[in-house]
Design a protein around this ligand. Structure first.
Ligand SMILES: [Fe+2]
Ligand SMILES: [Fe+2]
Length: 263
């Protein structure tokens, strides 16, 4: 058989490769567990932040983990590929373990707090999505997990508590695996979407990202909250980075570039 004739046969290999990478992700055995940390260490609260403001950050992180675990359970029941189901059930267990870690850290702070209503609204909006389950994967495992990953890296650099840093370093390894799954699966799903549906999905995700970023910015951190906010990069720059990642997955038309998606 000539080389020219064999090439078209090779083209469908890419999705297969993605699925085998997804299978490899599902097999990874590392998971952050609450017993892995030095719980004897006292949480160190930043001097410029109140105990309640600090606890509010933890309450949001903890809530995000619970809501993502619920989403994973739902997505695993909706997606047809066994590889994706395995990944999502594995992720569900990771998120439940993360929620327990944050809950325990929060308990050590000794303040009763609730997650911010803006964030609850966003997660509930995604959880009640009744359309294509691909949108759920992109919402949870690319947009919301991507933001959580960015925030956790930011907190690991800016917050002074050694115990919190220890926790975040371990959780970040799991979160990076979840985002990797979302990007692999999302790229396969996007490639199969008609352009009209792709545009509608891009718009929905853009609104979700902006609502999420604004909710995080406006959460109640008390009097010292402005310090943390001042360290955050401007929203436009963060959206640019996020939209470029989505563009690389094929969500936006190649000829329109990402410029049209900026606000
Ligand atoms: Fe998590
Ligand atoms: Fe995650």
């Amino acid at each position: 058989m000539s080389r020219a004739k064999r090439i078209p046969d090779l083209l469908p290999i890419e999705p297969v490769t993605r699925l085998s990478r997804i299978r490899a992700i599902a097999r990874e055995r590392v998971r952050a567990e609450h017993q892995d940390f030095d719980w004897g260490a006292k949480p160190r609260i930043p001097l410029w932040l109140s105990r309640r403001g600090y606890a509010n950050i933890l309450a949001d992180l903890c809530y995000g983990e619970w809501a993502t675990a619920e989403a994973c359970q739902r997505m695993a029941g909706l997606l047809p590929e066994p590889e994706a189901q395995t990944c999502l059930l594995r992720q569900r267990d990771d998120e439940l373990a993360h929620a327990e870690i944050y809950r325990r850290y929060l308990q050590r702070l000794g303040v009763g707090v609730e997650p911010s209503p803006g964030l609850i609204e966003i997660y509930q909006r995604c959880l009640s999505w009744a359309g294509d389950p691909l949108a759920l994967v992109l919402a949870f495992d690319v947009v919301l997990e991507g933001e959580a990953l960015r925030l956790q890296r930011f907190f690991a650099r800016r917050l002074p508590c050694p115990l919190f840093r220890q926790i975040n370093r371990a959780i970040l390894v799991d979160e990076a695996r979840h985002v990797a799954f979302g990007r692999l699966y999302g790229t396969m799903g996007i490639a199969a979407l008609p352009s009209g549906e792709r545009r509608a999905l891009a718009k929905w995700l853009k609104t979700l990202w902006w609502d999420c970023a604004r909710a995080i910015r406006s959460r109640n951190l008390g009097p010292g909250g402005w310090v943390l906010r001042a360290w955050h990069p401007p929203l436009d720059a963060s959206w640019r980075a996020q939209s470029e990642r989505l563009a690389a997955m094929g969500l936006f038309e190649r000829d329109s570039g990402t410029a049209a998606l900026r606000t």
